[in-house]
Design a protein around this ligand. Structure first.
Ligand code: OAD
Length: 239
């Protein structure tokens, strides 16, 4: 167990597992398929080019589902940690927006946000929360297609987001990795960089992942239970 008293700088990396208990399906594992499609068949520029309506049907389904989900105790605890800790960075691969809905303010969204849309011609980004969509695929006023403002396989991450995430990972004393399969890079490299920078690494997941092999502690259990439990222990240690 780490000595929480000496921890000054904290970085957290979350993946789909942090939202699992809110009812948001993860990408891999038994709930991972939508119709017969895998995420790798839908979340690509090629898939959008081939069949924008199909890709949008998937996003429309996810947007409606997520609109009816609530942040869970893991999201809420992370928002509380941000308020209580002086140097805290929350990095997420999730596009569901649940961290912000839980009250987190400083969130590095590595893969964008599915409540924002981008015009493929003009590149303009705007919030668009209507569910279900009145028209699939949706179009910009200029007539061009709109796409979700998220990062697809084969696309670069937003430069500012990856720079902020790298900075937080390489300079933290403690990194908490919650509910990610640790297979999609560069996000999956962040715990490794944190470890190389000397951070203490705690992983929370319902199962072991490639990150478990070098984590200092692996806590096996659901995030909505284990994040509040860890935070309670942490507060007890510093009070
Ligand atoms: P995955 O679906 O790959 O992994 C979810 C992880 O959460 C798995 O390791 C599960 O064991 C774990 N898990 C499930 N339920 C949990 C719970 N209740 N508590 C804790 N852990 C739980 O999701 P990500 O790792 O987020 O990117 O996937 C990474 C990226 O791949 C996504 O951001 C997305 C996807 O393709 C893009 O779309 C670009």
């Amino acid at each position: 167990m780490t000595d929480f008293q000496s921890v000054k700088t904290v970085a957290v990396l979350t993946g789909a597992g942090v939202s699992a208990e809110s009812g948001v399906p993860t990408f891999r594992g038994k709930d991972g398929l939508w119709r017969q499609y895998r995420v790798e068949d839908l979340a690509t520029p090629e898939a959008f080019h081939r069949n924008p309506a199909l890709v949008w049907e998937w996003y429309d389904w996810r947007r409606e589902l997520i609109a009816n989900c609530q942040p869970n105790q893991a999201h809420l605890t992370l928002a509380e940690m941000e308020k209580a800790l002086p140097d805290f960075t929350l990095i997420t691969q999730n596009v569901d927006g649940l961290h912000r809905r839980a009250g987190s303010q400083k969130v590095v969204e590595l893969h964008g946000n599915l409540w924002d849309v981008r015009c493929v011609a003009e590149g303009t980004v705007r919030e668009y929360r209507r569910v279900p969509l009145p028209e699939i695929p949706p179009r910009c006023q200029c007539g061009a297609l709109l796409r979700p403002n998220v990062v697809w396989f084969g696309e670069p991450l937003p430069a500012e987001a990856i720079a902020a995430a790298q900075e937080a990972a390489t300079s933290c004393d403690l990194m908490l990795v919650i509910g990610t399969s640790g297979v999609v890079h560069p996000a999956a490299s962040l715990p490794f960089w944190a470890k190389q920078g000397g951070a203490y690494l705690i992983e929370i997941n319902v199962q072991r992942t490639p990150i478990s092999t070098y984590a200092d502690e692996v806590i096996l259990g659901p995030a909505a239970v284990e994040v509040p439990r860890l935070w309670a222990k942490w507060r007890q240690a510093v009070e």
